[in-house]
Design a protein around this ligand. Sequence first.
Ligand SMILES: [Ca+2]
Ligand SMILES: [Ca+2]
Ligand SMILES: [Ca+2]
Length: 497
Amino acid sequence: MPKVDNLNASILSTWNHIDALLDNGPGWNWLTPARNTLYYSYSTSSGTDPKSTGIVGGLTAFTTAQRAAVVEIFKQLSQITGISFVEVADGNQADIHFANANIANVNFAGYTSWTYNYLNDSQQRITSYVAEAYVYIDNVEFGTRYLSPTAGTYGYELLMHELGHAMGLKHPFSGSVVLPGQDDHTDNTLMSYTQRGVHTTYGPDDIAALTWLYGGDGIGGKLGIDSAGRYLIATPKDDSIVAAAGDDVLDGQAGNDIVQFGGTRSSYKLSLLSDGLQVSGNEGVDRLLNVERLKFSDMSVNLTVQSAAKSISTLDLYRLEELYVAFFNRVPDADGLAYWISRFKDGMPIKQIAESFYNAGIAFSEQTGYRADMTNEAFINLVYKNVLGRTDGADSEGLAYWAKGLSSGAETHGSLVTNILASAHTFKGHAEFGWVADLLDNKIQVANQFAVKAGLNYNSDATSILLGMQIAAQVTPTSIDNAIKLIGLAPDQFNLA
Ligand SMILES: [Ca+2]
Ligand SMILES: [Ca+2]
Ligand SMILES: [Ca+2]
């Protein structure tokens, strides 16, 4: 049950593009008794505002063209808000009243006023709430100019602006929260006075503010400021959204959008939806739309690497994933893998990418053990260990062969690794050395589960390297179970691809 405080101040979202449009009424969400139908009337004889100070003289009924426009605009508002709008002949039964009149301010072509009355109990709870909104179009200074408002004319947009007020929106330049000057124009919100062309649909900020107010499921329902769950529509820019209590809908819109959660990755359950992702945990059961990344206290989840991985062949994906095994005996982090997928798509050959891995090994010397003064022999031994499972390094014949290749320039560090990887795969099914290929395949499988199917990154590069090595070390030629256990997610959480 709403409280008196709810009536006197907007319930803010902390998002400027929404809060700059929130008026403190009319509070249709607080209608008591509650209902999801708002009634409107064109009556000029009943239910009209006897107290309105914004108009002078008598009222004239809306024209047929005006009424047709009202029906169309209410259809849009119904789709945005989830509220039903029903016409009644008797103005006394209506919540929203339309009339043409002489608006007192000579500069105003339209004017909307609203009133409300309520009763409350001793605990400040609202026991009865009614509101009225009055939408006037001027017919004196502006004559007949706005009395035939078809879509695509300014008169139509004017009516949309006034109905925005009737639904609880204010001008973005008035009140304590305002839009920055450069954003205050009608491409963003029809509540602006800065005209950019003529509009027949509400702007993105109007939709965000109306969705914040009503949740898209009308007055009451599960979403909106009257409900436990909130429906937040963010901006077209890169947004960072902090998840909060309640079962919410969080829509990032365009841009690279992050939703932050308070707990560890493993304390949440992620489920794919047809249009987004459901995240269940400490902050409730949230539906995420158009979000590119989740941030948890220990890990972050890349939600775009899955489609990137699908954009190249599975074999090429594996060739990239196994470079992490060959050079560092680790699983990749999703962001790093996504980066190399994009370089590969740009045309960078695998051998050259492998060369970059070698340079990265030197750059992260402390974690990888690579050093700029590493001998060719030390490097070859490491690759034998990582790729071929030879714990004591290369045999003398192999060592001599590859060392000569490196010193003569016939091989680069990158080509040497891709050649040894290719030879490891030739052992597949071999009676004695089949395990070499099986071990490599199992490491690739864990790499793919970690970086693509779960989209995981630890929150620091150093941790991604160190824990990535520990996870890979748990893989055997016959099992990946211990590696999956070390990642710490239930098997059904590798579900993003
Ligand atoms: Ca609602
Ligand atoms: Ca965004
Ligand atoms: Ca939530």
